[in-house]
Every structure is written in structure tokens, then in C-alpha cells.
Design a protein around this ligand. Structure first.
Ligand SMILES: [Zn+2]
Ligand SMILES: [Zn+2]
Length: 141
């Protein structure tokens, strides 16, 4: 199932050639900073299935899990576009907000909910992980 995506100013476009492996809502403190107070929403694909055109800036930090988290944004408009982790370089996360509509993607798990603010409303239908969930396996398809 192919997906396309873009930043808010259209300077960066994304093409995805494979199926989504997971969609996660992350409430870690770092994601709250990147997402202006709420959680990030990240859809994961096989790394080789994701390509993009345009200039992005990558940044990184050492996560509480001990992994290095890398994230990419558009330097013109600031849209969060992609993320990945040193623990699973075979996966490329794409920020759900950057995926073009219409699409069928929705989060199935909320993670790092122990760091969510007290006012957060977390859908009880989502699988809930207080901290880092188990890694997405390298290949299921
Ligand atoms: Zn942009
Ligand atoms: Zn997070």
C-alpha cells in the first residue's frame, strides 16, 4: 500500500512503497517537546521503503531507553517528518501528520504513558506501554 507525504510548506515530499508495520503514539517527555505539548504519532515502515525529496535537517539525542533517537524536520517550516532509533535501524518512522490524506493509518499503541501529563486523554482501546515497548521485529512480510 503506497503512501505519500509532505511538510506543511511542500518543500519536502515523502514516498513510501511498502506496508505500515506499526503506528504508535508516544508520550515521552522528548516527544512532548517536539509535538508542542501532546504526543507524537509515528508510523513505521521498512527503512528501504521510505524515500524523500527536498532538504531535511536531522538531529539526535540519547533517549531514556539508552538508544540514540534521530529525527528529521523541514528547515523551512519546521514540520516533523521522520524518526528512527539506533535500536532498530531497519525501521524508518514517519510522522503521521506528514502522511497525505486520505489514508487508513491510526495508532494502535500508546507508549511512554508514564510520562504523559495529567490532563492527557489516552484512548483505552490502544495497547498501553508505560515505557519503551518491545521492538518491532525485523521482518514479518
Ligand atoms: Zn516545509
Ligand atoms: Zn517519544
Amino acid at each position: 500500500m503506497p503512501y505519500t507525504g509532505r511538510c506543511a510548506c511542500d518543500a519536502v515530499t515523502i514516498r513510501i512503497s511498502g506496508a505500515a508495520r506499526a503506528v504508535r503514539q508516544c508520550w515521552c517527555r522528548h516527544c512532548q517537546q517536539l509535538a508542542a505539548g501532546g504526543p507524537t504519532h509515528n508510523v513505521f515502515f521498512k527503512a528501504e521503503d521510505v524515500t524523500f525529496d527536498g532538504e531535511v535537517v536531522w538531529n539526535s539525542h540519547s533517549a531514556d531507553s539508552g538508544n540514540t533517537l534521530n529525527w528529521a524536520f523541514c528547515p523551512k517550516c519546521g514540520t516533523q517528518l521522520m524518526m528512527n532509533s539506533s535500536a532498530r535501524a531497519y525501521m524508518q518512522g514517519v510522522r503521521l501528520g506528514a502522511i497525505d490524506l486520505p489514508h487508513d493509518l491510526r495508532p494502535t499503541a500508546a507508549i511512554w504513558t508514564s510520562e504523559a501529563p495529567g490532563w492527557a486523554v489516552i484512548d483505552p482501546a490502544l495497547e498501553n506501554f508505560a515505557a519503551q515497548p518491545p521492538a518491532i521485529p525485523p521482518s514479518q512480510n
